[in-house]
Design a protein around this ligand. Structure first.
Ligand code: NAP
Length: 552
């Protein structure tokens, strides 16, 4: 989908020092290399995978595709790149997005400072030297002045801790770590555990050729049709005719994207006929229109209930068996407070004769056996089990890095009772560490690529400011960090989101403190806050001249 470029070869050796070390080579990581090089500083990075791509490298499961439109889910930093790359579909597939990441890495020669297949095992800050030392599972060690993590928000898949799994004689896989060599399910007995976004994309694809597919559902999910198809020419035109203006408009939205029915009006501002008309249109337009057609859907219980009833009506119209439709109808949490899924024929798949649904609340899973899965009622034979059980979101990827800040304080321990992360990017006690799209960032509630670019640009500006003003150490202040944590909590508590047991709340991982893990105040407000902080000389951070202090 692009012009040919020469391959960028990866680093084979690790230098003893770099000005900046970047952990991760997903979309945030590769852009960070590109942007930081422009500061005239040395940059080096590590990545666990064999190549770039992050989320889109690991999540190769069938049907994987982005739920943000392709024209929005792409880099904005290079006019050449925008001209050269043509997306083929409205919602890009995982292979096309991975191809794009590869193309970007080649075009800007971004692999040359990245060591792949290498896991960072510790990052220790030395206060006297004002340096971080990063070590890896391959025995590498590198010091750096600034440490930047771009490790993703949903990159640590939950382990399938099911009794007896070790005895299973068939194959089992995880959607979040799908084998690169592919998986063959044609004609086989397949079990899928989980019904989140990943499962909802996997299930219709697997069902097409599986001998039999049984889906094990713990919590039914809201899902709406994506209405994918070729990217319409008019949409391309709308975006690229005046891209700077379009981009500026996106940056003033709450989620880094727009919806046909997005509105600032509440449901009560419309008559019952108008409400119904908007709901019907929202269903026809697909995407997150059903969550955006009234401003107060995730704030007001009555509006939410109206949307839930409308959804149930649509569901009953699709799923032929009333008992199955009832099982698939979400209960116990408000609409939109778990991430709304976008699907291609998910509910329709349950009309197929080779697909069954098991509600594990009625029929709990007892164990995995040698030949399948045993519930309280019966054994389900399986050749292949697909675990689509989610991720240790937001904090998981960071607490796995062995980060130790001032005085050897561990990030894992500092966040034991829940993360406090100033602006979702920095934590007190961890100088010169920038966590791109960290906990309490807008990230997962917005268009990830736009938010990644924003964070990386802001970090680059911050480093430039420090250098220009003779500062070499920056640390988030405790009071500012508490204030941000209180603000993010207050904003979340104004919504219905805390009512759901979602990964946004850390509720999907046993023992994880329950708190809202992202900033729900909108990308527009988030960017405004960052601009304000920068304009006030990086308010909320302590900036020091460590070298001057040491020699004074
Ligand atoms: P998820 O939304 O956390 O869903 C995990 C599913 O597994 C849930 O149905 C969960 O049930 C179930 N589950 C977890 N542990 C279980 C257990 N021990 N036994 C039985 N069921 C269990 O994870 P995901 O589907 O991977 O999606 C995570 C996020 O990734 C999404 O919300 C989205 O932000 C992103 N994503 C995006 C796309 C896209 O762009 N299209 C695609 C995939 C993922 P409970 O609900 O009861 O916990």
């Amino acid at each position: 989908m692009s012009t040919a470029v020469q391959r960028s070869e990866p680093a084979t050796t690790v230098p003893p020092h770099a000005d900046i070390v970047v952990i991760g080579a997903g979309f945030g990581g590769i852009y960070a290399h590109h942007r930081f090089r422009k500061l005239g500083m040395s940059v080096f990075g590590f990545e666990q995978g064999t190549d770039v791509g992050g989320t889109w490298y690991w999540n190769r499961y069938p049907g994987a595709r982005c739920d943000v439109e392709s024209v929005d889910y792409c880099y904005s930093f290079s006019d050449d790149l925008l001209d050269e790359w043509q997306w083929s579909e409205r919602f890009s597939t995982q292979p096309e997005i991975l191809e794009y990441a590869t193309y970007v890495a080649d075009k800007f020669d971004l692999r040359r400072d990245i060591k792949f297949e290498t896991k960072v095992v510790s990052c220790r800050y030395d206060e006297a030297a004002n340096l971080w030392t990063v070590t890896t599972d391959k025995g590498d060690s590198i010091t750096c002045h600034y440490l930047v993590t771009t490790v993703g928000c949903l990159s640590v898949p939950k382990d399938p801790e099911f009794e007896g799994l070790e005895n299973f004689k068939g194959q089992w896989v995880q959607t979040g770590a799908w084998p690169k060599e592919g998986v063959d399910w044609a004609g086989k007995n397949v079990l899928v555990i989980g019904t989140g976004s990943s499962a909802i994309q996997t299930i219709p694809e697997v069902a097409k050729t599986a001998g039999h597919l049984t889906v094990f559902q713990r919590t039914a999910n809201y899902s709406v049709p994506a209405y994918n198809g070729p990217l319409p020419e008019h949409r391309r035109e709308e975006v690229f005719a005046d891209y700077p203006a379009y981009l500026d408009m996106l940056k003033h939205t709450r989620g880094g994207q727009t919806f046909e029915l997005g509105t600032d009006l509440r449901a009560a501002d419309f008559s019952p006929e108008e409400q119904r008309d908007r709901l019907e249109k929202a269903w026809r337009y697909g995407r997150w229109n059903l969550q955006s057609c009234f401003r107060d859907i995730t704030i007001n219980e009555d509006t939410n209930q109206m949307v839930r009833e409308f959804f149930a009506e649509k569901l009953r119209g699709i799923v032929k068996d009333p008992a199955t439709a009832e099982k698939l109808n979400p209960k116990g949490y408000p609409f939109g407070t778990k991430r709304l899924c976008l699907d291609s024929d998910y509910f329709e798949t349950f009309n197929r004769p080779n697909v069954d649904l098991v509600d594990i609340n009625e029929e709990p899973i007892v164990r995995i056996t040698e030949s399948g899965l045993q519930t309280s009622e019966k054994e389900y034979p399986a050749d292949l089990i697909i675990f689509a059980i989610g991720f240790d979101a937001m904090t998981g990827p960071l607490v796995n890095l062995g980060i130790e800040g001032r005085g050897g304080a561990s990030l894992t321990e500092a966040w034991q009772d829940g993360p406090e992360c100033y602006l979702g990017i920095a934590a007190p006690g961890f100088p010169n560490l920038f966590m791109v799209n960290g906990p309490s960032s807008v990230s997962v509630l917005s268009n990830m690529i736009l938010t990644l670019e924003h964070h990386v640009d802001w970090v680059a500006d911050c480093i430039e400011y420090m250098r220009g003003n003779g500062f070499d150490r920056l640390e988030a202040r405790k009071d500012a960090t508490h204030e941000w944590a209180a603000h993010t909590e207050m904003v979340a508590n104004r919504t219905l989101f805390p009512k759901a047991n979602s990964w946004y709340m850390g509720a999907n991982v046993e023992g994880k403190p329950r708190m809202f893990l992202a900033y729900i105040g909108g990308f527009d407000n988030y960017v405004a806050r960052f601009n304000e902080v920068a304009a006030k000389g990086f308010e909320g951070f302590d900036l020091n001249r460590s070298k001057v202090e040491q020699t004074a």
